[in-house]
Every structure is written in C-alpha cells, then in structure tokens.
Design a binder for this molecule. Structure first.
Ligand code: CP
Length: 322
C-alpha cells in the first residue's frame, strides 16, 4: 500500500479486516516493525479518537510518533498557490509538506471540508496538496470527502458482530445508514466513506435521509436512498447513525419534517439492530441516551476498533517501506 485515502487503496477488503482482527488478538505481535521510522500525525482539525488510536497503533508497531496539532500549534498555513503572503498566513502548505518529508517516513493528515467552496471540497483541495508534495506515503485521518480509517473500523465491527464465515445464517445482514439531526452543518465525509466501504462488503445496504440531504451520487451510485426512515429501518441488522449537511444545497441545512433521532421505539421494527456511530455524538439530538447506553449499541467497540484499523493500515504501509 503506497497511500491510504479511500477503500480503493486496499487490495482485498476481507484480507485487511482479517489482518486487523488478528492484530486485535495480539496488538504487540510486531513491536519492532516500525523501529527507526517516524510517522507524522498532522491535525488541521480537532480529534479525540483518530489522534489517540493512530498514536497507539503506531506505538504498537514501534514507530516514532510526531503529533502536530497544526491548527493550534503551527504557523498559520497558506493553501492557495501564487498568493502574495502579505496577510495572516505565514507558511505555505507546500513548504510545510516539504519539511515534513525531511522528518517523516509516513505522513498522516486530517483536513476536513472547509464547507465554504463546494468545488474545493469535492476536489480535496488540501489532501491533494499532501498527495502532490509528499515524498512518503500519505494516510488520510479524514479528509473533505472521506474518513477511511473510520470506515475500516466500521467494517471490522460489523464483521465481529456478523462473523460471515462462521454464521449459519444464509443471508446478508441489512445495514442502514440513517441521517440524524444536528444544530450546525456537518461535512458528508463519514456518510460518503461508510457508503463506499459498505458497497464493497457482502451486505444489503440502504441509506435513509430527509429530502434535500441525499449524499453525492458519485458516492451513493446504485445504493437505494429511502426518504422514509421507518421503512428503511425495517428488518435492519445494523444501523449507522450520522448527521451530514446538504450536498446539493451545499453545506446548508434544508428544513426537515418529522423527528429523525433514533429511539428504542424506532428499533422495534428492526432485527434487534446493532447501533453504530463514529463519535463524537450529540446526545439526545443525534442519538437518544436510551439507544446510546442501551444493549443494542456497539459504539464503544467501534471506537476501540479504530486502533486495529490504523494498525493494519500502518503495517501494510511498512511492508512497502521495509
Ligand atoms: N470518529 C472520529 O474520527 O473521532 P475524532 O473526530 O474524535 O477523531
């Protein structure tokens, strides 16, 4: 694996899930694999899980870890080419990346959608600069349109709860991605990415969201999009809860009819569905306390699997470097 920015950087999804599950059994199986090598974790946006799970994963492999909370601790970055930098920006992103090349064997970066210019976000204006200027492998820690380490952790979690090779059940699990309410516009990256990865899994996958909130068709492709949540949830085995803002009316929040927050009552039409969320979650807005803390939630298991998702990916990249 050279870079890891989407499901398309994986050769075989089932193999990497199996690898991650094996790592989970013994995370310190290869404690010197990354010895003498350095990974830089660059955060242009906030994080709890991605920052810590990536750090644990890298340390489990013996990598040196540099964490740069760039938004708070680094110089104010300029992203536009050709700019006369006589304003607030102090360092150009391409100079910063060239310097990271001197210090790191792997560069991992979190760069959310700016949510101001649709074209910039769709074209991954920041991640693309890393891919262009980095001379070492680049790992996405969530970009404008995707969150691949989260999605791999989601696939691992579904596999643990529906062990495809061991179950006698002669059907695919039904997985539903449901939109949830929020107070402010949120990017589509998690929803896009989960969609892309579910399309590669052996599952029956549907998306449900209010009118006006359909994800980018470049991600949803042939996946059914149902605007009636109750209908979509019927017989679900897994429900993935996530908010996102409008893609068509970019980064806006069109008016929504009805209550889209998942409750125990809504779970009654499901097949005792397991409930997932990438976190952070706004309780009793996106997801009710009763579901979050209830027996159907596998959300903390999902968060733990972020370690093994990252470790499997870093391990594959080290295979190329060693
Ligand atoms: N799910 C996730 O990426 O969490 P953080 O934003 O806290 O890293």
């Amino acid at each position: 694996m050279k870079n890891f920015t989407s499901v398309y950087d994986i050769d075989n999804l089932q193999n990497i899930i199996a690898k991650a599950l094996k790592i989970k059994e013994n995370p310190l199986e290869n404690p010197t694999k990354g010895k003498g090598k350095t990974i830089g974790l660059v955060f242009l946006n906030s994080s709890l899980r991605t920052r810590l799970s990536s750090q644990i994963a890298a340390q489990n492999l013996g990598l040196n870890v540099l964490v740069l909370n760039a938004a708070q601790e680094a110089w104010n970055l300029e992203f536009a080419d050709g700019t006369v930098m006589n304003g607030d920006t102090v360092e150009h992103i391409k100079d910063a990346i060239e310097v990271l090349n001197q210090y790191c064997d792997i560069i991992a970066v979190r760069c959310f959608a700016g949510m101001k210019n649709k074209e910039d976000d769709v074209n991954e204006s920041i991640l693309s600069q890393f891919l262009k200027h980095a001379k070492v492998p680049v790992v996405s820690l969530e970009s404008a349109t995707r969150h691949p380490l989260q999605s791999l952790a989601d696939c691992i979690t579904i596999t643990e709860n529906w062990p495809f090779d061991k179950l006698k059940i002669n059907r695919k699990p039904k997985v539903v991605l449901t939109w949830a309410p929020h107070i402010k516009p949120i990017a589509q990256a998690v929803g896009n990415s989960f969609t892309e990865w579910m399309q590669q899994m052996d599952v029956d996958f549907v998306i449900t969201n209010p009118e006006g909130y359909d994800l980018d068709k470049n991600f949803t492709k042939e996946t059914p999009v149902i605007h009636n949540q109750e209908q979509a949830l019927k017989d679900a085995d897994f429900i993935y809860v996530k908010n996102w803002s409008s893609f068509d009316d970019y980064a806006n929040m069109p008016k929504v009819e009805g209550d889209w927050m998942l409750t125990n009552e809504k779970l009654e039409v499901t097949n005792q569905a397991k409930v997932m969320h990438c976190l952070p979650v706004r309780r009793n807005l996106e997801l009710s306390d009763e579901v979050m803390d209830g027996k159907n939630s596998i959300i903390y298991q999902q968060a733990k699997n972020r370690i093994f998702s990252a470790q499997a990916v870093f391990s594959e990249i080290l295979d190329e470097l060693n």
